[in-house]
Design a protein around this ligand. Structure first.
Ligand code: NAD
Length: 262
């Protein structure tokens, strides 16, 4: 597919690419000719994504099991991606964990688990990529935030902290790297039909129907809805966009947030 949205040939690393939104991002980028490094804690999931890219688009995709919490290992993983694909000009940080945790039971471990994956890894991934990003024309970074970047969620203090924290990281990184020509933005999804959502929020048909009913556009989002927004923000079509976010939520924030379900 020829696509004006792509920065042709510029390799991108996608974290969390073994499932859901990350997988859709890796596939959407590969579809327009961008080589992708497909990273996930789940190495088998990452390998399956890479195989699907090879089969469907005939594109290079390098799968690797990467735990984004192991920040000391990120330089090595980036070096391997660079050896395989060339200098890396883009990042999508889609690796994420959720989970509710009553405040009475909050532990340091539960806090660190969510914050380390969703938030701490984000700037440290960018740090590991700095040399490549600065050297690549049109380099760009996208973090996958959430409507939880704007809204509070009962019993989800670590998750909402991580997602609103990503907003601050995005703004500060954007200013820090603007002079280097590196753009930094977020896509903030609403309720997207992935294993993460289905494990909890939409675990029964009734709850799923309630989520659909409470969404102005009347359906859950698809991972591809998020991927096309991320692909746009990584592309030269977004060359004047930095330090901001694109909400892809079916209208939930416009109606003032998602009503309580269940
Ligand atoms: P998902 O569970 O399908 O995918 C998340 C992926 O991240 C998994 O493959 C998992 O193995 C990987 N991962 C988890 N910990 C990791 C680690 N330490 N290192 C590397 N990879 C790790 O979930 P998803 O819905 O695709 O979520 C992707 C992102 O989108 C997350 O940041 C999530 O918070 C965000 N998001 C999702 C929704 C939704 O409704 N699904 C809404 C808003 C935001």
């Amino acid at each position: 597919m020829t696509d004006l949205l792509s920065s042709p040939g510029t390799p991108v690393i996608v974290t969390g690419a073994g499932s859901g939104i990350g997988r859709a991002c890796a596939r959407a980028l590969a579809e327009v000719g961008r080589p992708v490094a497909v990273w996930d804690l789940d190495g088998e999931g990452a390998a399956a994504t890479a195989r699907s890219i090879q089969d469907d688009f005939g594109q290079t995709a390098l799968a690797r099991a990467v735990d984004v919490r192991a920040t000391a290992e990120l330089d090595g993983a980036v070096a391997e991606a660079r050896r395989g694909l060339g200098p890396i000009g883009g990042l999508v940080h889609a690796a994420g964990v959720s989970g509710s945790c009553p405040i009475d039971e909050l532990t340091e471990e539960a806090w660190d688990f969510v914050l380390d994956v969703n938030l701490r890894a984000f700037p440290l991934l960018v740090r590991a990529l700095l040399g490549d990003l600065r050297a690549t024309a049109g380099a760009a970074v996208v973090g996958i935030g959430s409507i939880a970047s704007f809204l509070g969620y009962e019993h989800m203090v670590p998750y909402t902290a991580s997602k609103s924290g990503m907003m601050g990281v995005t703004r500060s990184l954007a200013l820090t790297l603007a002079g280097d020509g590196v753009r930094v933005n977020m896509v903030c999804p609403g309720n997207i039909d992935t294993p993460m959502l289905n494990a909890r929020a939409t675990a029964t048909p009734e709850r799923r129907a309630a989520f659909e009913r409470h969404t102005p556009l009347g359906r859950l989002g698809r991972p591809e809805d998020i991927a096309s927004a991320a692909r746009f923000l990584l592309s030269d079509q977004a060359s004047y966009v930095t330090g901001t976010y694109l909400l892809v939520d079916g209208g939930i924030i416009a109606q003032g947030g998602a009503p309580r379900v269940g």
